[in-house]
Design a protein around this ligand. Sequence first.
Ligand SMILES: C[S@@+](CC[C@H](N)C(=O)[O-])C[C@H]1O[C@@H](n2cnc3c(N)ncnc32)[C@H](O)[C@@H]1O
Length: 302
Amino acid sequence: MIPSGQIVVLISPQGKRYMHKLTPGGEVHTQEGKLSLDDVAEAGYGGCARTHLGKPYLVLKPTVYDLIKGVKRQTQIMYPKEIGYVLLKLGIGPGSTVIESGTGSAGLTLALAWFVGDTGKVYTYERREDFFKLAMKNLDRVGLLHRVEQVNQDIEQGFKHTGADALFLDVREPWLYLEHIPRAVTPGAMCGFLLPTTNQVSELLRGLDAGPFAEIEVLEILVRRYKPVADRLRPDDRMVAHTGFLIFARYMEKPEPLLLPETDAEAEDPAAGPLMPEPDESEEEPPQLGDEGSCGCEDPAE
Ligand SMILES: C[S@@+](CC[C@H](N)C(=O)[O-])C[C@H]1O[C@@H](n2cnc3c(N)ncnc32)[C@H](O)[C@@H]1O
């Protein structure tokens, strides 16, 4: 028996997926007839409930992937393929604190809230009130609102939260807000960005290069699906070719150059020593390839 208030995934006989919150006495009107949510609760996860016309619906427990895909959207949401990588790169786990903007429809916010657990917190900033309210509904629907603090504010004004473990920006012009990052996160914190076009990425790189950021990375993630037919296994005919570029960087409080240029004093003082060790001349010569063959073995044919 599934408790009331839980969200379930219902799969139709044609394989269509729907998500519903269980309410006592509730009903879902499907193309195959009415489905009682009490029957769904009774069927349990992995069970099967029938419409009043006898058509079977599979009942499943949603994963976080299903919850993200089920978000009611009025904005573009981030795809799970990017979200999964972002969570790992930003090091999001139980107890993490993360600042994010813009909230949009809360696709990424939902995933962050799922993974920070009850001991962590997501601080999400959205300038539009309609999206702010939509995100609140989406998070409440899946029972994750208590892990999120929403701020209806343009990040042009900066972030009111400080010392976060990580930060992610999914806004059109993130380079305009880099100056606010040092106050918002701890030194060394991972920062991530999603941008759809290369010219935006270049603009962001110019901002990141100006510091204080290090370990800058740019990448994109492609997923190629296969038709799961054992005897004719081959890729799907179509694939989503481009969603966005991911950019990551670490905020560095005092960026230190890795190799200091040689000073005049060092150049004159032989005791100061070289930056790189000289090759050791006593070292044996590495084995050379000889006439006898690649490993120096006797020719087995002889
Ligand atoms: C593409 S949506 C974000 C989608 C979200 N990551 C998701 O997965 O659902 C971009 C959002 O950023 C918001 N936004 C853009 N610039 C902003 C700013 N300067 N401050 C706050 N929000 C901003 C927009 O209003 C929009 O809702």
